[in-house]
Design a protein around this ligand. Sequence first.
Ligand code: SAJ
Length: 485
Amino acid sequence: MKKICVLGLGYIGLPTAAMFATHGFQVVGVDINERVVETLNKGEVHIHEPGFKTLVQAALKSGNLRVACEPEPADVFIIAVPTPLRKGSEEQRSEGAEGNAALHKKADLSYVIAAAESIVPHLRPGNLVVLESTVPPGTTVEVLVPILERSGLRVSREAEEMRSTGAGEQRSEEDFSSAPQHLCTSALYVAHCPERVLPGRILEELVRNDRVIGGVDRASAEMAKALYASFVEGEIFLTYATTAELVKLMENTYRDVNIALANEFALVAERLGINVWEAIELANRHPRVNILKPGPGVGGHCIAVDPWFIVQVAPEVTPLIQTARRVNDSMPAHVVELVKRALDEQKSKGAEGQKGGDENNSAPLYPCSSARIACLGLAYKADVDDTRESPAIKVVELLRAEGFEVRAYDPHVPMGTVPEQVDSLEAALNGADVVVILTDHAEFRELELRGYVVVDTRNVINTHSHKPSQGLCLKLGGFKACARF
Ligand code: SAJ
């Protein structure tokens, strides 16, 4: 039985380890976080995702999955550790072609490097090392392979030729598959096999999605394909490692740019006083148009991060990608503007009937310090507990900085995530001057909020089915059209 050592037991490493363990492999899952290892050893799971607990418990019970804090010798090593943006130096300057300073963010590869270094003493001839973590193009060949070769083992001559000539970058799949195989028994096999699963549907997509596997040489790609074919039901496509790295980043960048376009359309629609949600629905009736949804911004550990990994390797030629990131990052501030507009609108509505109102007073109609805002949703998207890069958290922080009294509620997110968090919907809504819907959790989709002043950033309030009443609903991207409900 082949032995696999999986490094990193997070959203990707844990289900991957469990999947291999339930498909006949002997797996040791390694995490540097002792609490994660303790939790798993107790049969508990630290990640909330449909089906996770059952799968992991089955894998542990079968005896094929063990968890540990240190790696150990194996036939295959799979690295599935985080690659966040660098802290501290988040905004880094680079000089563009015309000398314009561009600001961009860079990948923190320290976890990948540490994981790779930790397996060096255990590497044996014939081992396969797979990098699953999302990384800037070139990382497998230029960062991972040199670390692994400290073991004294070498990748094949073919891989060395491809690396030294840069031939890999120009290779089509056809060239790649006809590449010669100069393999000797002491070879080290290395591949990049990026994950593509959607949080909320991880287990299903792990099995069903097509996979792209990039080898540093043909033999590495083939070895990785044989391994993943044990549970992947989708098609598996082979290519060069750097191509696979770029493919993964292109997928998420495509989505980020599309969402940025939707967000820009939302701002345009607000100026025009039309409803962008209706406009997008109609535009998407065109057979070749698929505009995604606007919202409070883009969160999660992937889409808000990965486009920067492309920018990092080619800042001068990626103005579109950089602009899309900034458009999406600017949305939380826009949500705060909508909250202020909602307060002003409500206040002026109240003031309309009052004779002798102070017409010369240009101060905001509603002083922030006295307004209480209920924020519904902290997770980055519907029906998950994940708050990484969540635009909802940014909105809470911005509202706090403006001096509003904030109460945040999210049925999926553990208490204490933000200081303003309350543990019930009632506590959040009680006395709220404005209710902001930031995440479209199932629990919020059927909410009865009539009578409240609502800012709906996710289009969950059906304004058509509500009769006019005292309430007010401002929709992101539909400012005037959905003004009252
Ligand atoms: N969002 C919008 N409008 C939309 C769709 C999404 O504002 O129309 C926002 C969401 O609210 C969320 C963010 O974008 O804040 C990202 O959500 P998502 O569901 O689009 O994607 P992720 O980050 O959960 O997962 C993505 C997926 N990539 C693609 O669909 C191309 C997933 O398949 C990847 O495996 C994952 O990134 C990853 O790990 O890279």
